[in-house]
Design a protein around this ligand. Structure first.
Ligand code: ADP
Length: 708
């Protein structure tokens, strides 16, 4: 049965292999077992019900919380040659009737609805006239109060499904479920524990970064300047912040949109579509934006303020890189934001137990900011998955900055606070330390304090940021709501007494993500955009960035080769094959140079052009005895990209001494691991090997043996 499913995977979706978890879920479903699938965002959950829907008789019902998701998914399915539709409140009653008629005639394999529709007797009666082999419950965490998007109508799903005469199998899917939420899903949907398929939450293409004590506006400005050709989302905690940052970026001339609950439906819809269609690059939004946004080529997600919990954070950050291409998730932290989140929780949650639960979640979120360990591992551990293997590319793993001793400056701040009787906030304290002539300072007589002007060589803003840093280190504690007061903590007292030192790392620089993009990729992107415009769908519905990248690597010359591109199924070949093949061949005629800097290690190409490609630059730096981390830093690229460059240098025969990569013993260890678990996936190979053997070495081994 699974072999047949694999054929469907290739024919309709253009992929050769199942991803982790997909095959087991599909097998359970085809066997009629109620199942829950917990996979990270971008893990490929949709295929888990889309493939069975094509193999089972009748129509599969998909319950999805958001209308925008339905439209995107249906558009994508239609482009893959799969008949699908949705019924929701955006349709007129005539349209609903037409669609229901076509459903009755067996015209669709999948129908998307919102959970509320199951509350209508009329609709259940209608469903009972249909053969329904499968009900897929998307975003299943919405049925748990302990989750972060609780939706009461989800609690009625099980009873409604039980009323259906076809006795459909249930498949629940979610990306963000703590163990507590998982238990809730199993319980409510009556799914036995043995049919829980939990894949790793790890998203290896996401590079996490926490930035503390920076001037956020400047930081964002510099970042989007460097990454202006990419799509990204910037999440703010409040509508007001969205408006502020949006205006700021718009004035600076960036291609930016905004989205929050205070805008009209029409305006929100317009902005969302402009973002999906790549008409605007950056979306500044509250967390109202995004659930159900299927855009796969989001290259960065910046949190302008700390979110209220890890579930929300990982879900929002996880909207980056759904296509598997390297992407960045950056959290800009300022301690005052904790107050904002506390305030929001205080205002919105009256139930004491839920309130305490939310506060605990906020504390876990704050710990994420302060941890010095691997950020990816912190996230995984939060969701119950413990591992010792560090991601190697988050801001903590890459942090090699020297620390400077700032104990003396800390003591200046703390003693100034004590002299001001610990009754003021950052701005007044920094004013006193820098010798400001602010009226309030003079009125209070603070200009007579011995600490007045003690740090006058710094700007008030710099001192303010330093105070933020001391708060994030727990040396200063914040009390009060809207007008926070700063107090010296226990840790701070030890600093004052000289019993504890404070050190601070040199601030991180703004990084530019994603490798340099070349002309062919850009031409294919333009072609994709013009097709998307003429068909009235978002560009990623036509092809993902990953498919375009694969075209740049494989440079297909005929329909057969085009079919080997990741994400090209038969329908896409028929619809777009000629257009893209023509574009590629025209480009190669005009540019007889290698086409692209690949992100993934590629097989040696059969061209004999020599270029000063990016990988050669990395190779030359490596030859000059620079280590990978330093090259990555210098070039503003990820270590992963540099590793891939070096592997390519091996493959192209430029670098030929493989013993730089692994010793003979290591090589034979990797060889026996590969012969045991195969070369399909890196993770199982890594797990077979001692910790010291890195992913880089494994990739090198596979490349050497032509198996990448
Ligand atoms: P999720 O719903 O889990 O966030 P999606 O179902 O949207 O993820 O899939 C994310 C991306 O991965 C899509 O572009 C999808 O086509 C792709 N994908 C899914 N399964 C596979 C597979 N087996 N091989 C390659 N790509 C896949």
């Amino acid at each position: 049965m699974i072999a047949e499913a694999k054929q469907v995977l290739k024919q309709y979706f253009g992929y050769d292999e199942f991803r982790d978890g997909q095959a087991s879920i599909i097998e359970y479903i085809l066997d009629g077992k109620n199942t829950v699938g917990i996979m990270p965002t971008g893990g490929g959950k949709s295929l888990c019900y889309q493939i069975p829907s094509l193999m089972l008789d009748g129509v599969t019902l998909v319950i999805s919380p958001l209308i925008s998701l339905m439209k995107d998914q249906v558009d994508s399915l239609i482009h893959q040659g799969i008949p699908a539709t949705y019924i929701n409140s955006t349709l007129s009653s005539n349209e609903v009737e037409e669609r229901m008629e076509k459903i009755s005639l067996g015209g669709y394999k999948l129908v998307y609805i919102a959970p509320e529709r199951l509350e209508s007797f009329g609709f259940i009666r209608f469903l009972n006239t249909l053969p329904i082999p499968l009900v897929a419950v998307d975003e299943a965490h919405c049925l748990s109060q302990w989750g972060h998007d609780f939706r009461p109508s989800y609690l009625g799903i099980y009873q409604a499904v039980k009323q259906l005469h076809s006795n459909p199998t249930i498949l629940a899917l979610t990306a963000t479920a703590t163990p507590q939420v998982q238990a809730d899903i199993l319980h409510h949907l009556h799914i036995p524990d043995q049919f829980k398929v939990l894949t790793g939450f790890q998203r290896t293409n996401l590079f996490f970064q926490v930035v503390k004590g920076e001037d956020r506006k400047r930081w964002v400005e510099k970042y989007v300047q460097k990454n202006h050709q990419h799509s990204g989302i910037i999440y703010c905690a409040t509508r007001k912040e969205v408006e502020n940052l949006y205006l700021f970026l718009e004035k600076k001339g960036f291609s930016v949109g905004k989205y929050h609950g205070g805008m009209s439906d029409t305006l929100r819809q317009e902005q969302q579509e402009a973002f999906l269609n790549d008409t605007i690059s950056i979306m500044v939004a509250t967390n109202a934006f995004g659930m159900g946004i299927n855009k796969s080529n989001v290259r960065f997600v910046i949190h302008y303020q700390i979110p209220k919990n890890m579930e929300g954070y990982y879900q929002e950050a996880g909207r980056a890189g759904r296509d598997g291409v390297d992407s960045e998730c950056i959290l800009l932290f300022s301690p005052q934001d904790i107050q904002t989140q506390r305030y929001i929780i205080d205002q919105n949650i009256v139930n004491q137990e839920l309130h305490d639960n939310e506060m605990q979640k906020l504390r876990d979120m704050v710990d994420f900011v302060h941890t010095e360990a691997c950020l990816q591992n912190y996230i995984l551990a939060y969701f119950g998955e413990h591992t010792d293997i560090e991601c190697g590319h988050c801001s903590n793993c890459l942090d090699e900055r020297d620390s400077e001793d700032v104990t003396r400056e800390s003591q200046m701040v703390l003693s100034c606070m004590l002299r001001m009787n610990e009754r003021f906030g950052t701005s007044l304290i920094s004013g006193v330390l820098t010798g400001s002539k602010n009226k309030k300072i003079l009125d209070w007589g603070f200009h007579r304090l011995s600490t007045y002007g003690l740090m006058k060589e710094k700007s008030q803003k710099e001192v303010g940021l330093f105070i933020d840093y001391l708060i994030s280190e727990g040396v200063i504690q914040v009390e009060g709501g809207s007008f926070p007061i700063l107090k010296v903590s226990l840790k701070g007292k030890e600093v004052l007494m000289g019993d504890r030192k404070v050190s601070r790392k040199v601030q991180p620089t703004v990084s530019a993500i994603i490798s340099k993009e070349d002309g062919l990729f850009q031409s294919l992107r333009n072609l994709r955009k013009s097709i998307a415009e003429s068909e009235g769908v978002p560009p990623f519905v036509i092809f993902s960035d990953k498919s375009l990248q694969d075209m740049c690597v494989k440079l297909p010359k005929n329909p057969d080769e085009f079919l080997s591109v990741s994400g090209v199924g038969e329908n896409k070949l028929t619809r777009y094959g000629d257009l893209f093949l023509h574009e590629i061949s025209a480009f190669l005629k005009d540019h007889p140079e290698p086409a692209v800097e690949v992100v993934k290690p590629s097989k040696p190409r059969k061209t004999n052009h020599s270029d000063k490609a990016s990988y050669m630059i990395s190779y030359e730096m490596f030859k000059d005895h620079m280590d990978i981390k330093s090259i990555a830093k210098e070039r503003g690229m990820s270590t992963l990209t540099i590793e891939n460059h070096l592997i390519r240098a091996f493959q192209e025969g430029v670098m030929n001494d493989w013993s730089i990569l692994f010793s003979e013993t290591e090589e034979s260890l990797i060889e026996s691991a590969v012969s045991k678990v195969g070369s399909e996936l890196l993770k199982p190979i890594k797990e077979e090997l001692p910790n010291e053997i890195s992913y880089f070495q494994i990739k090198g081994f596979l490349a050497k043996n032509g198996q990448d």
